[in-house]
Design a binder for this molecule. Sequence first.
Ligand code: SF4
Length: 286
Amino acid sequence: MLALSANGVLPKVDYAIFADTGWEPRTVYAHLDRLEREVAAPAGIPILRVSAGNIRNDALNPERRFASMPLYIRNPDGKEGMTRRQCTGEYKIKPIKKKVRELLEYPYPQRIPKDVFVEQWVGISTDEFHRAKDSDVKYMRNRHPLIDLDWSRADCVRYLTSLGLADTPKSSCLGCPFHGNAQWRHIRDTSAVEWRDVVEFDAAIRKGNARANAEGNMLLGEAYLHRSRIPLDQAPIDHVTAAEQAALQDELADEQDAELGVLNGCSPWACRGEVEAAQGDFGLAA
Ligand code: SF4
């Protein structure tokens, strides 16, 4: 959408906002720098980088309040579960709202008049139109320009390729439990440093996050990044089942998640799954 706006296909936006969890792959930060240099700056579009902290460090720091990631849990009785996802709201939505309030010149806790709002573009394509949602605050009105253009994911890839941006990486936390085997393999096979980073993190959260432990709220079971609930460096990430092959052909959405991760992933205002309940407004409502 940034490129479409910069190139005049869509109207020019006032700002683009990147919510930084502090733990994106290096390729994402490099790509963002490139976009800023080659696309946004020449068009006069500022990219605002906002952050509520570093999700990796916060999970391991007993001094910091940590908004939980969706970790895979095995309970002492063998039953499996997941921790509640709060991270998207805390590390992405909350800092974006704070920035929008600043731009509107109504910082929290000021009340924002009804007729003061931003139009916020969310990059949902036609193949995921079910994820297009309204904002939960009146001072942000969501629009979905890719759907208005009737663009699918393939159309977006074609356009990016035509601009020399075919290598646009997928944005998500390096150790996001929503990764599928393909994403874990990609980290392992392309960056020894990042693979060590996620393997170490996986081992470090086995008993939950540091703050909860320091406060005596120990996790009774064990937490894992991989859906198999096996330590990441031993998890069966090379295993591609027949169902996963089928998923690659986009036939079985759930099985596709097993191989490719939750394709819809983590995107403010476009998350799937239980995030709505965890989203809230974090004290930033009008
Ligand atoms: S990418 Fe994953 S870990 Fe990071 S904020 Fe989103 S859901 Fe949480």
